[in-house]
Design a protein around this ligand. Structure first.
Ligand SMILES: [Zn+2]
Length: 361
C-alpha cells in the first residue's frame, strides 16, 4: 500500500507578514481591487488605501500543495477559482470568515519555493509586490483587474513591513489516547460489485477503497487500531463486514460509500451521513458530516439521517454509513476522481472520528 503520510505532514513553515494596521469597517466591500502574478514570478496587488493585509505560507501536505495566501479586510462578493499555468496550480478567491477576503495561490508539487526570502513591499498607498519565485520556464501571467501604475513614481515604502514566523496548525488532527481504540472502516462494495458507476465510468468501489485506506493511515498515525473490512477488490457480503466489527468489539464502525442519483442526474450533488440508533451513533455521524462538508465547498449538505442499512443496523457499536458525494453529480464527480480530494475527504472522516472518540471515548 502506498504510504501517503510521513512525518513531514505536520512540519510546516509559515510566514506572517504584517503590513500597516488601520482597519476598515467589517461590512465594507473587499479591499482587494486587482491582482496579477507576473511572468517574472512576482505577485502584485492593488488594494484600497490604508488596507490591512496579512500574508501566510504553508508547505505542501497530503491535502494541498505549497500555498501562499493573503487576507484582506472587506467581504468578497463572488468566491471563485482560477486555473493556473506553469508553476501555479490554481488561484482561489474566497471568504474565510464573514467580512473577509482571501486570495490563495496554490503551487504545483514540483515548484521550489523559498519563503524565508520573501518580502511584501508596499509600492505606494495601495499597491504591493512580493517576489514568489524565479520562473524556470515561461508561463502566462494570471490576474484580474488592473494592478496598474500611477503616473509618476512614488517611492517604495519598505518601512511598513515586519515579518514574523508562527505555527499554523489547521491541518493537525486531534490527539486521542494511544492504543485505546479500535475502529473498523468498511469500504463499500468490491470485486464483482462495483457499487455506483458515475460520470466517465468512475466506480464507487475504487473511490471508497482509496479513501478508506487513507483514513486507516491517518488514524493509525494517531495510535488508533484500524481494521479494514476489505483491502482490495474482493467480493464481500454484508454479514462478514458486520462480524468483523462485532467479533472484535470495535469502538466505532464507519462504512464509506459514494452516491448515485436515479436517472444519473448531473445536477444532484451532496453529502450525507446515516446512523441507525443511539445518541453515540448520531454524534459520530454529526462529527463526520461536519468535517466532510468542510472539504467539499458548494456541495449540498443532505444532512445526518437515520437509515436502515444492514451494516449499521446489525453492528453493535456506534456505526455510521457516510456518502461522500454523488458520482453521477457534475460537481462531486469531478472532485471524487482526484486523489487530492479523496485525501481531503479521508482527512475529514478521520478528524470526525477522532473528535468523536475524544468526546465519548
Ligand atoms: Zn454504496
Amino acid at each position: 500500500m502506498i504510504r501517503f503520510l510521513d512525518n513531514k505532514l505536520f512540519r510546516y513553515l509559515s510566514i506572517f507578514l504584517f503590513l500597516n494596521s488601520s482597519i476598515l469597517p467589517v461590512k465594507s466591500s473587499s479591499a482587494l481591487a486587482a491582482w496579477e502574478i507576473k511572468t517574472n514570478g512576482s505577485l502584485e496587488l492593488r488594494t484600497k488605501s490604508n488596507t490591512n493585509l496579512k500574508a501566510y505560507f504553508q508547505k505542501a501536505n497530503q491535502i494541498y500543495g505549497d500555498r501562499f495566501w493573503v487576507d484582506f479586510t472587506g467581504e468578497l462578493k463572488n468566491p471563485r477559482t482560477i486555473k493556473g499555468n506553469g508553476p501555479i496550480k490554481e488561484i482561489r478567491l474566497g471568504k474565510p470568515n464573514k467580512g473577509k477576503t482571501r486570495l490563495v495561490i496554490e503551487f504545483n508539487e514540483e515548484t521550489y519555493l523559498n519563503p524565508l526570502t520573501w518580502q511584501m513591499v508596499g509600492l505606494d498607498q495601495n499597491r504591493w509586490r512580493i517576489k514568489l519565485f524565479n520562473p524556470k520556464y515561461p508561463f502566462k501571467k494570471i490576474g484580474e483587474g488592473l494592478v496598474g501604475k500611477r503616473r509618476g513614481t512614488i517611492k517604495a515604502n519598505k518601512n511598513l513591513i515586519k515579518t514574523k514566523k508562527s505555527d499554523y496548525d489547521y491541518f493537525k488532527l486531534p490527539d486521542v489516547k494511544q492504543n485505546k481504540f479500535l475502529v473498523v472502516i468498511d469500504p463499500g462494495h468490491g470485486g464483482p460489485d462495483p457499487g455506483a458507476i458515475g460520470i466517465g465510468g468512475i466506480r464507487e468501489t475504487d473511490v471508497v477503497l482509496e479513501v478508506s485506506k487513507i483514513v486507516k493511515e491517518l488514524l493509525s498515525d494517531k495510535g488508533v487500531e484500524v481494521r479494514l473490512t476489505r483491502k482490495n477488490e474482493v467480493d464481500l457480503d454484508l454479514p462478514p463486514r458486520v462480524s468483523i466489527a462485532n467479533n472484535t468489539d470495535a469502538d466505532v464502525f464507519v462504512s464509506i460509500h459514494a452516491n448515485a442519483s436515479r436517472g444519473k442526474r448531473r445536477d444532484i450533488n451532496g453529502l450525507e451521513t446515516f446512523y441507525f440508533r443511539g445518541w453515540r451513533g448520531r454524534l459520530l455521524a454529526k462529527n463526520i458530516q461536519k468535517q466532510i462538508l468542510k472539504v467539499s465547498p458548494g456541495s449540498p449538505d443532505r444532512g445526518v439521517k437515520q437509515g436502515r442499512f444492514y451494516v449499521i443496523k446489525n453492528t453493535r457499536m456506534p456505526a455510521v454509513l457516510v456518502e461522500i458525494g454523488f458520482l453521477t453529480g457534475r460537481l462531486d464527480a469531478r472532485r471524487l476522481e482526484k486523489t487530492m480530494h479523496r485525501k481531503r475527504l479521508a482527512y475529514a472522516i478521520a478528524k470526525g472520528i477522532l473528535e468523536y472518540l475524544n468526546k465519548v471515548g
